[in-house]
Design a protein around this ligand. Structure first.
Ligand code: HDE
Length: 724
């Protein structure tokens, strides 16, 4: 049968004018013609065989169909981002809660009825595009708002401070953390000599190092991270009044991290862990949400903070300036095509709208050059704004023309301004009050290549961060420093780093140094490199609960993953009740068994298995349920993978609930129990031995869910002794 006749599409020209973002983004691939053609539209007769001289003969040079296909393939890759190469994106919307007219004229921050479309890209910093998601690193949190006044990009991280104070040190920082140049190792890891050599010589990085060594650097999920604009920006209102603003994103699900051992194992078991988690949450309708918060500092009041608001190694403690919640971000649609959207999206802190402006933070100022420049080599042309994911939804018009890969067909005769020939009008920017107005900050200073002395304090906020952590979080920070520095071959670097830490807290430094084969830290050793001033401001707050992750639990089991361990003979009465309660509360339950297919319950029912112990390890779950059933428990106890599953979940401080004789699987942890499971007392935090009578009245489900909502039971004892 002849193929259906194809309809000719008319080339679309002018990109000027308002466009429907959604249809524009979708337009590229949707069509009815399924006949394969060349890029010129020629129908391809055979997509399996190249043109040859005889069926066994050599391939002919004239096979333009083969050459076009291979040529395109050869050029499929574009340079990955120099930093933040590994990322995952999603579409959604932002809605402000109340008009922010008092502070800013930005249109998208005025009307609670308006949903502004957004595209968000989360990323790691150091690794390449194919690196694992769960490595220890800062996470990028870049949001593009497609506003009625142009695109606004809030290009932030999941930590509120940065390693360096001046953009001129960025290439050094990144060269130090990237794989070492002689052998290109290690991938996506800061645990190597060059990073710690640099970091130990740059005491200004100490505060950020505390964050990087904390569990913030190994998030449980991209949906459970805070986001921060980092720098101070300016809000400017319609009267031209300005104040400083710091941006925060607060996740609705709370802020949670992985155990370090867990993070490393996931990197091997599922390198796409975060990407998959985000994708699946959106596909299943569990749309991730954050609230936008702002810390406002009135103009002229910044000197009262006690540190320099322009210094990006400092945060404003929430105890000092509370965060006002002003709107919400919802991610509700996965990209249609990773390359077209997530890879080609081009963020830039200089994509601003009226009402928002920069501060003079010297790190931010340097970024304003870098982002467009990097798109030129990454996306290959100054026309990257025409790529659908990057184009604005509001009308755009100017006289920029031509260049590589230009899409727009400009029809006017004039490409200059002023003119009288273009549409018979003279184009000009109208009046002083319209368009983007830079805040007219008074500046009268000599040109100078120097750091402000007000940036000289490198330790007080590192100490504030340390003081603000819970005991478990402190333990994790110590363990992380030990791990990283133990991977450093040169002892002098290890020594210099712990000497620096002694300026933060001597106890911290002493604990870190203990297993590193070096001298005790010397608090009198000069910090960092020669000439570095060590000056301490007096912090206005000694401790800020907002800096603790455990202080932001989220309070729900929504989208938490619970593994239910089963084998033939499993007792289903209690299992069904708990499972139903979990599902009703939004948790995701999966049955793990020795084999795929079904297992038969004690009463002869068939239960569909989701995963095997071999293909879905405990690190992929937040909690474990071990139902009762003599045969099931006996089978699991005799199976190394099942025993390991429970040991590992215990070691990673996850909630475990055992019903009836399911408790026998816990004996592998060394808990003793009598013949009657009712006699077992709860041995440690987050382990629930279910009294069968309480299952059916819902008490166990409540206890189990309350424990899961706490995320991990970091205070659990003896986890280091568990051999998993
Ligand atoms: Fe970036 N950064 N950065 N950065 N950054 C890039 O731009 C740069 C900094 C951040 O998902 C690059 O398009 C310099 C701080 C995110 O596409 C590049 C300096 C913060 C992303 C670049 C900084 C960020 C980037 C590489 C010091 C948190 C990923 C690819 C002056 C506030 C955006 C690209 C995405 C990406 C330069 C420091 C956040 C090379 C020079 C501080 C989230 O232009």
């Amino acid at each position: 049968m002849p193929p259906p006749k194809r309809k000719a599409a008319s080339p679309s020209g002018n990109m000027d004018g308002a466009k429907d973002k959604q249809s524009q983004l979708a337009a590229s691939t949707v069509g009815t013609a399924r006949v394969l053609t060349t890029n010129q539209g020629l129908e391809i007769p055979d997509n399996h065989n190249s043109l040859k001289a005889g069926v066994r003969g050599p391939t002919l040079m004239e096979d333009f169909i083969l050459r076009e296909k291979i040529t395109h393939f050869d050029h499929e890759r574009i340079p990955e981002r120099a930093v933040h190469a590994r990322g995952s994106g999603a579409h959604g919307y932002f809605k402000v809660y109340k008009p922010m007219v008092q502070y800013t004229s930005a249109a998208f921050l005025q009307d609670p009825e308006i949903e502004t479309p957004v595209f968000v890209r989360f990323s790691t910093v150091a690794g390449s595009k194919g690196s694992a998601d769960t490595v220890r690193d800062a996470r990028g949190f870049a949001v593009k708002f497609y506003t009625s006044e142009g695109n606004y990009d809030l290009v932030g991280n999941n930590m509120p401070v940065f390693f360096i104070q001046d953009a001129i040190k960025f290439p050094d920082l990144i060269h130090a953390v990237k794989p070492e140049p002689h052998h290109e190792m290690p991938q996506a890891a800061s645990a190597h000599d060059t990073f710690w050599d640099f970091a130990s010589l740059m005491p200004e990085s100490t505060h950020m190092l505390m964050w990087i060594m904390s569990d913030r650097a190994v998030p449980r999920s991209l949906r459970m991270m805070e986001g921060f604009g980092v720098h101070a920006f300016r809000f400017v209102n319609a009267r031209g009044d300005s104040c400083f603003v710091k941006f925060h994103w607060k996740p609705k699900l709370g802020v949670h991290g992985l155990a370090w051992d867990e993070a490393q194992k996931i990197a091997g078991k599922d390198p796409d862990f975060h990407r998959r988690d985000l994708w699946e949450a959106i596909e299943s309708g569990n749309f991730p949400e954050w609230e936008l918060g702002v810390q406002i500092v009135d103009a002229g009041k910044e000197d009262e903070l006690g540190f320099d608001i322009l210094d990006p190694t400092k945060l404003i403690p929430e105890e000092q300036v509370p965060v006002q919640i002003i709107g919400k971000l919802v991610l509700n649609r996965n990209p249609d095509n990773f390359f077209a959207e997530t890879e080609q999206v081009a963020f830039h802190p200089g994509h601003l709208v009226p009402g928002i402006d920069f501060s003079n933070d010297p790190l931010l100022q340097g970024r304003l050059f870098s982002y467009t420049d990097t798109q030129l080599s990454r996306l290959g042309s100054a026309n990257f704004h025409e790529i659908p994911i990057n184009s604005s939804v509001c009308p755009m018009h100017n006289f920029q023309r031509d260049g590589l890969h230009r899409q727009t067909i400009n029809k006017e005769r004039v490409a200059y301004e002023p003119n009288t020939l273009g549409n018979g009008t003279e184009f000009r920017v109208d009046g002083a009050a319209q368009g983007f107005q830079s805040y007219p900050e008074q500046i009268e200073s000599p040109k100078i290549r120097r750091r402000s002395p007000s940036f000289d304090d490198h330790f007080s906020q590192a100490t504030l961060f340390w003081n603000s952590q819970s005991t478990a979080e402190k333990d994790h920070i110590v363990a992380a420093f030990r791990f990283e520095l133990s991977k450093v071959d040169v002892p002098d670097i290890r020594q210099r780093m712990v000497d620096n830490l002694a300026h933060v807290d001597l106890k911290l430094a002493t604990r870190v140094a203990a297993p590193l084969g070096i001298k005790a830290p010397d608090p009198k050793a000069a910090a960092g490199r020669l000439g570095f001033r060590d000056y301490r401001i007096t912090s206005k707050v000694d401790e800020d609960p907002a800096l603790r992750m455990v202080g932001r639990p989220g309070g729900s089991v929504k989208t938490r993953k619970v593994a239910i361990l089963v084998a033939d003979g499993v007792e289903t009465t209690h299992l069904r009740r708990i499972q139903q309660d979990l599902v009703d509360a939004g948790a995701l339950c999966k049955l793990i068994a020795p084999h795929l297919g079904t297992v038969s319950s004690a009463s002869g029912r068939r239960l569909a298995v989701d995963h095997t112990f071999a293909n879905m390890p405990s690190v992929m779950f937040d909690a474990v349920l071990i139902p009762g059933g003599g045969n099931s428990t006996a089978a699991l106890c005799a199976m190394g993978e099942a025993v390991h599953f429970v040991l590992e979940a215990y070691k990673h401080c996850k909630t475990i609930c055992a019903v009836n004789d399911g408790v026998q699987l816990l004996s592998t942890l060394g808990f003793s129990h009598g013949k009657n499971p009712d006699m077992v007392t709860v041995p440690t935090a987050g382990v629930i031995i279910a009294d069968a009578r309480k299952v059916l009245d819902g008490h166990i489900s409540q206890d189990f869910m309350a424990a899961i909502a706490l995320h991990r039971h970091w205070e659990r004892l003896n986890v280091d002794a568990i051999p998993a």
